[in-house]
Write a protein that binds this ligand. Structure first.
Ligand SMILES: O=C(O)CCC(=O)C(=O)O
Ligand SMILES: [Fe+2]
Length: 355
């Protein structure tokens, strides 16, 4: 069993340079002669992990009900999940299963386009609003290796960007991201309520959720002939407030909990939600943005669809003033969300400094 401490750790998603787009992994992996992981993908890891009984389950309908008892229990469960696991399974969220399925269909169609078509979206810089390919990643010993993953990343709010092909893509991404944006906003309001923060002031004026920065990402992990010799995404935390993840029923997401790796399983039609860095910062450490990684398998292709919901790019994110007052100090620095993405990740103060 790999201990978390022994794995190569990359704090936050700052591992996206340099870019490359020689051949998509799909084309390499589809080759029937592929029996071993080509050396550029070599990343020695231990993909096995514990299986938890269940991640916390949060019923979205109970968070917005008018029944005060039910609502207060749901808020209590939500903050417990954000504190103890940093991950939870969201059910009764109101997003139709047919929309989720259509989104997977559109992503499969995109991933199956010829490389010549996809090459127009080859990433040239981190701020390109549409980009696809696969990454070279620096690990802790400064070696570079390529992830066992093809990706498509789109900036979808406040401006919406999407490839023209396949035709289905634009329609489903637009609807799915609009719906998840509303959910993320409601979850942020719920967190404010739970910590007795003035919801309107913090959600509208501090986080400026009306112009939330939202990113849509699709990860395609083809079967890998040697799953312990490659990795889909190495350990990292996410930027933003809440990340939403759905997958095609194939396991692969693992999360750090109490110093060990756990498989994160989630029932069909649910959404896996995790606390991201800016929510940890905003709540002065009450909610935890935890390390997670995507491992690969030799049997089945895996697709995950991820929506990262941030505050506005214009928002200056630091611990909420009311919480700093309660806690006697700020555990984190403040910074504008759109400033250098490499520095966005949580920089934790020594707790002693603020007590
Ligand atoms: O594919 C997965 O399960 C993990 C994806 C992820 O962590 C990410 O895109 O940030
Ligand atoms: Fe992630």
């Amino acid at each position: 069993m790999a201990s978390v401490a022994a794995s190569a750790k990359l704090s936050s998603q700052s591992f996206q340079q340099p870019f490359e787009f020689e051949t998509t992994l799909k084309v390499i992996a589809d080759s029937s002669t592929l029996k071993a992981v080509p050396s550029k993908f070599n990343f020695s890891n231990e993909p096995t992990a514990f299986t938890s009984e269940s991640l916390p389950i949060i019923d979205f309908s109970a968070l917005i009900t008018s029944d005060p008892h039910q609502r207060s229990k749901a808020l209590h469960d939500l903050t417990g999940a954000c504190r103890d696991w940093g991950f939870f399974i969201l059910v009764n969220h109101g997003i139709p299963e047919s929309l989720m399925n259509a989104t997977f269909t559109a992503i499969k169609q995109f991933m199956s386009l010829p490389d010549s078509e996809k090459k127009q979206y080859e990433a040239k810089s981190a701020s390109d609003p549409i980009k696809c390919g696969n990454f070279n990643v620096a690990n802790t010993s400064n070696q570079t290796f390529t992830l066992w993953r093809d990706y498509l990343k789109l900036y979808v709010h406040p401006e919406f960007h999407c490839p023209q092909q396949p035709q289905l893509l634009r329609e489903v991404v637009l609807e799915y991201t609009e719906r998840t944006r509303k959910l993320a906003s409601k979850l942020t309001e719920a967190v404010c309520n739970a910590f007795e923060l003035d919801e309107h002031y913090y959600v509208d004026e501090v986080l400026k959720m009306g112009s939330t920065f939202q990113l849509f990402a699709a990860n395609y992990y083809p079967p890998c002939p040697q799953p312990d010799q490659a990795i889909g995404i190495p350990p990292h935390t996410d930027h933003g407030l809440f990340t939403f993840l759905i997958h095609n029923g194939v396991a692969g997401l693992q999360i750090e909990h109490e110093g060990k790796w756990f498989n994160a399983d989630s029932p069909q039609n649910s959404i896996l939600v995790n606390v991201a860095d800016q929510l940890e910062i905003f709540t002065n450490g009450r909610c935890k943005s935890v390390m997670h990684r995507a491992v690969v398998n030799s049997e089945r292709e895996r697709i995950s669809i991820v929506v990262a919901n941030g505050p506005s790019g214009e928002a200056v994110i630091g611990p909420a003033a009311a919480l700093v007052e309660k806690d006697g100090g700020a555990m984190y620095d403040s910074m504008k969300y759109e400033d250098d993405p490499d520095k966005r990740s949580k920089a934790v103060h020594d707790p002693k400094e603020c007590r």
